[in-house]
Design a protein around this ligand. Structure first.
Ligand SMILES: O=P(O)(O)OC[C@H]1O[C@H](O)[C@H](O)[C@@H](O)[C@@H]1O
Length: 292
């Protein structure tokens, strides 16, 4: 399978464009953020806002932002995560808008490989963060945290995947049945999922104790997106629906109909506790399949 890896600019952002067969992947150095992933003429797998701004220092709306070393609102994180960082703090951590460096690009037996390093953070001395992105018939991400310091560090994180959907009203998510979740829109109440998840309003839920595999079923586009996580038992399912869409940056008023975030995470009681010298890898594979 022919593979090419080339530097390209998207607005002001230096990016790497990977082609493998008829698959196309675009990754910005900023945030090591996947911006596009598509196969042939099919609709994109990953959603990228048509109003996305490609400016330095500003996270791009869409793609797969890396949230680290905390996810969401720091003040909503467990004590052990909060303890390491001063408030006020930006949502989703510190690395989304940073210039990561591409340490290595390679083709290994028909697989394209990009290894990104996050610049060292003054706020997190001794913590090292890397993202490996591999493209074969699917897209694979491995986010590795390494504690080189001499104290235990606790962090929360997510690969905040924006998935493209044909029609949010018709999609469903399989793999959540009977799992506990936190309903953040109703005072963070604990609940339990019954059956598959469908969407008829704003959704912002933290699922816990998850299996490794989830599937997004998309009848409008006659396909499914399979997600395979490792090093993670939690995920955030998010769609802003109508009202919240109006308040979001880089987001068209009707874009909520065409996207769904399934954010493979380590949050709440699934946070990562890194002893001195320890590493943790959060893995995610995203595979496009025709409907059964
Ligand atoms: O606008 P952002 O900082 O990128 O956050 C976008 C969204 O991320 C997560 O999914 C949260 O659960 C949402 O509450 C939040 O609105």
């Amino acid at each position: 399978m022919p593979v090419s890896i080339q530097p390209v600019m998207k607005g002001r952002l230096a990016c790497w464009q990977v082609r493998r067969g008829d698959s196309l992947l675009l990754v910005a150095e900023q945030g090591a953020q996947v911006l596009e992933y598509r196969q042939g003429d099919a609709a994109p797998v990953i959603w990228l806002s048509e109003q996305a701004a490609f400016d330095s220092g500003q996270p791009v709306r869409g793609g797969i932002p890396v949230c680290w070393p905390w996810f969401g609102d720091l003040a909503r994180n467990p004590e052990a995560v909060q303890a390491l960082h001063p408030l006020p703090a930006p949502a989703h951590g510190l690395v989304r808008g940073l210039p990561w460096t591409l340490e290595r690009q390679a083709e290994e037996q028909g697989t394209a490989v990009l290894d990104f390093n996050c610049p060292p953070l003054a706020q997190c001395p001794g913590l090292q963060l890397r993202l490996q992105i591999r493209l074969d018939d699917a897209l694979h991400l491995r986010l590795t945290s390494h504690n080189l310091g001499d104290a235990t560090v606790t962090l929360s994180q997510a690969l905040h995947s924006y998935l493209a959907v044909g029609d949010i009203h018709r999609v469903s998510v399989q793999g959540l049945d009977d799992t506990p979740y936190i309903e953040t829109l109703e005072d963070w109440q604990p609940r339990r999922q019954s059956g598959e998840l469908r969407f008829d309003g704003e959704t912002d839920r933290i699922y816990l104790d998850l299996p490794q595999r989830l599937a997004l079923i998309d009848p409008a586009w006659q396909r499914r997106i399979e997600l395979h996580a490792s090093g993670s038992r939690s995920a955030v399912l998010w769609n802003p629906w109508i009202d919240k869409s109006r308040r979001l940056s880089q987001f068209a008023e009707d874009a909520w109909q065409r996207m769904l975030c399934i954010e493979t995470a380590n949050v709440l009681d699934d946070v990562v506790r890194l002893a001195p010298g320890a590493t943790h890898t959060l893995g995610l594979s995203i595979a496009l399949k025709p409907s059964p």
